[in-house]
Design a binder for this molecule. Structure first.
Ligand SMILES: NC(=O)c1ccc[n+]([C@@H]2O[C@H](COP(=O)([O-])OP(=O)(O)OC[C@H]3O[C@@H](n4cnc5c(N)ncnc54)[C@H](OP(=O)(O)O)[C@@H]3O)[C@@H](O)[C@H]2O)c1
Length: 223
């Protein structure tokens, strides 16, 4: 049994907290507006859930999930996450997050931004391509035929193994896309982003993914 901290308890954070509690873990959840605003979710989750500030959730978690709009990633507390495994669910939506030049020019990726902000944490990208409602709907026991899979990426192999075990507990196979810099292969508008896919299908999706600049070239060539 672990304590999983949550920075962000919206659509995705609350669903992952539900999965964590249902698998016997403790959760400490936080948001931007304050712990008192999370009372209904804590009441729903039961005695293994507590609400806290982001810094407290970061400190409490053996593993900490960051599930906030990307535009706010610089607000994630650094010191209490030192050395910890941090699961990053974030995606880049310019209409929500504003323009981030280093993502627009594809010189980095979303989870590399969080990793740079949290230099000693072990950031693992996960759960960025599955919708919130699917998280509690599509999980199946290990070994199930056509089990749905989730992509991970990260620079620390041991952290990825730990996160893979958690993902398995939550009901999903894992496909390792490689280091964080390969995370673009499962970013918005890539083939694996959104649909229900098995591990084998996702491996094909990752292999056929195109950079935004190449998608634009392909579109221009067709027009
Ligand atoms: N929705 C999906 O199906 C889905 C699927 C995969 C990945 N994602 C990605 O996962 C991330 C979260 O998405 P979501 O749909 O769960 O968003 P959401 O429903 O808008 O929830 C965002 C959560 O982040 C909190 N938050 C915002 N800024 C914060 C800060 N500085 N410190 C602490 N908490 C903060 C919000 O708290 P307040 O409400 O108090 O402001 C809220 O609890 C996004 O990057 C999104 O692109 C979403």
């Amino acid at each position: 049994m672990k304590t999983i901290g949550f920075i962000g308890a919206g659509h995705i954070g609350s669903q992952l907290a539900r999965l964590a509690v249902s698998r016997g873990h403790n959760v400490v959840i936080s948001n931007s507006r304050g712990p008192e605003t999370l009372s209904p979710l804590v009441a729903e989750l039961g005695p293994s859930a507590h609400a806290a500030t982001p810094a407290e959730a970061a400190k409490a978690g053996d593993i900490v999930v960051v599930s906030i709009p990307l535009k706010n990633y610089r607000g994630v507390p650094v010191a209490p996450l030192a050395g910890k495994i941090v699961i990053d669910t974030e995606n880049y939506y310019p209409q929500r997050d504003g323009r981030i030049p280093e993502l627009d020019n594809e010189s980095t990726t979303t989870s590399e931004l969080l990793q740079a902000h949290l230099p000693t944490s072990k950031v693992v990208k996960a759960f960025n391509h599955i919708t919130a409602e699917a998280l509690t709907r599509d999980g199946q026991p290990s070994g199930s035929k056509n089990r749905r899979a989730v992509v991970i990426a990260g620079n620390d192999p041991t952290a990825k193994t730990t996160v893979s075990h958690l993902i398995d507990e939550f009901g999903y196979d894992t496909v390792d896309a490689g280091p964080l810099k390969e995370g673009w292969r499962i970013q918005r508008d890539t083939p694996g982003y959104g649909p229900r896919r098995t591990a084998e299908q996702l491996r094909g999706d990752l292999a056929s993914a195109k950079r935004y600049r190449d998608q634009a070239t392909a579109t221009a060539a067709r027009e």
